[in-house]
Ligand binder design. Structure first.
Ligand code: UDX
Length: 438
């Protein structure tokens, strides 16, 4: 008989996981404590922007394999339960807030049928799985717990979930591993590498991967600082070191740094957890990674100040991009919005454009002005900041744009625009880690 699967928590990770597992032919029920989310998802609507997800979700609901509910009772019968709830940073510390994970486990533990498997997917401090395993066995000893971290990137969530570059399972028995192998059979048949680990290693794989990615980005941003001081060009440097296959050219895009719902909070929670474990020295470097990252935002603000002779009062600054990265409407810890808000606080009139993230940005920063048309955003601007590298911004014609603005100064915070084209059109062009051009 085919496996029945439940997905607890239908946010970014859970909604995508539910739709993708359903598309493999399994019966899936997604549950969430938020009735609004469930109502939308049941209608085939995704409460956030993610390419391809809405189409997949609607098709899976149509097929009858995928349903959503607020009632945890509906998932009692499932063979595998995935915990996909969030682990945000706590308000007053670097550590992760574990309330949602604990609540999910407590909700499913007494209901799960004997022989079923509860699988954590959320990013958690190492040691959580063992703690939950003990909690579970006290309530329902017939149910096992496993950990199966998720590595999906926003903007590529469906692709990354359906065709992951590896599957990592933390298990304490062959039976648990075999059940997960049954679920992921199509990936295994397609040759996806399968890594069996113990519970703490599986949890650590996720935070180690995100720490490495964050380190790569901050490394190139540190090189950008040195390039600025020495008159070098970080984009050429990144290309040149990237040809070494041991280094690789991915994640070496210098600019205003990383944001989003994962990298910043994950490295902070990792440091906090290492401290608890007495291994804080090992992750001391992540503090520096975090500082380099936040410094990149300040360096852009300094460029704005120097280009406007330190007088931001009343100046119109056009900000292109609000999302933390392109192809996403996620503004959590968005470097673009952080910069926009700081410039506005310094007295400028900031107008922010984004093709998808305005609604979310408005909720977080109601004092900022937003525009849905690029033209209106640019009109009368004294300076333009390119802060999220959406494709549409690379397609802007610098000649036409120059006719709209008051001051033809472009600061490319993502090193993604064609500098020569903008300079040829008569713009002053600034970018992090590259010499300035007037
Ligand atoms: C990340 C991990 O990539 C993913 O594997 C994990 O599961 C969740 O966290 P995501 O947050 O979706 O995914 O975004 P990612 O593509 O990693 O980008 C993170 C941030 O780094 C963005 O703000 C992006 O703009 C920035 N970035 C990325 C750079 O500044 N330079 C780069 O070269 C790459």
């Amino acid at each position: 008989m085919t496996l029945r699967v439940s997905v607890i928590g239908t946010g970014y990770l859970g909604a995508t996981h539910a739709a993708c597992i359903s598309s493999l032919g399994f019966q899936v029920i997604g549950v969430d404590v938020d009735p609004k989310k469930i109502e939308l998802l049941s209608k085939g609507k995704v409460p956030f922007y993610e390419p391809d997800l809405e189409e997949l979700l609607a098709a899976e609901i149509q097929s009858g394999r995928l349903t959503f509910s607020n009632d945890f009772g509906t998932i009692a019968d499932a063979d595998i339960h995935f915990i996909c709830v969030g682990t945000p940073q706590q308000a007053n510390s670097l550590a992760a807030d574990m309330r949602f994970v604990d609540a999910a486990l407590d909700a499913i533990a007494p209901l799960a049928k004997t022989g079923s498997l509860i699988v954590g997917k959320s990013t958690v401090p190492v040691g959580t799985a063992e703690r939950l395993r003990q909690r579970l066995s006290a309530v329902n000893p017939g149910v096992e717990l496993a950990w199966n971290p998720e590595f999906l990137r926003e903007g590529f969530a469906v692709e990354d979930t359906l065709r992951p570059n590896r599957l990592v399972v933390g298990v304490t028995s062959d039976a648990a591993e075999n059940k997960l192998k049954e679920l992921y059979k199509s990936n295994l048949d397609a040759g996806t590498p399968w890594v069996r680990a113990d519970l703490p290693t599986a949890e650590l794989v996720k935070v180690a991967a995100n720490s490495f990615l964050a380190t790569k980005i901050s490394f190139i941003n540190a090189m950008a600082e040195v390039c600025e001081a020495a008159g070098g060009d970080v984009t050429v440097l990144a290309k040149a070191i990237g040809y070494d296959p041991r280094i690789g050219n991915r994640f070496l895009q210098a600019g205003i740094g990383f944001g989003g719902g994962c990298l910043p909070k994950d490295i902070r929670a990792f440091m906090a957890r290492a401290g608890e474990l007495g291994a804080e020295q090992a992750l001391e470097f992540l503090r520096e990674i975090d500082s380099i990252n936040l410094r990149a935002r300040q360096r852009v603000i300094e460029l704005v100040r120097s280009d406007l002779s330190d007088d931001l009062q009343g100046k119109k600054i056009a900000v292109l991009g609000a999302a933390f990265k392109p192809d996403s409407d996620d503004v959590r810890d968005s470097p673009a919005l952080d910069i926009a808000a700081q410039i506005q606080a310094a007295g400028a009139r900031v107008v922010v454009h984004d093709p998808k993230a305005i609604e979310n940005a408005q909720m977080r920063f109601p004092a900022l002005a937003f525009e849905s048309e690029i033209e209106n955003t640019l009109t009368g601007a004294d300076l333009v900041l390119h802060l999220t590298e959406w494709k549409i911004y690379r397609e802007i014609d610098p000649v036409k744009a120059k006719a709209l603005v008051t001051g033809a100064i472009m600061i490319d915070g993502r090193n993604a625009l064609d500098r020569d084209k903008w300079i040829a059109a008569g713009w002053k062009f600034r970018a992090l880690g590259r010499a300035s051009h007037n």
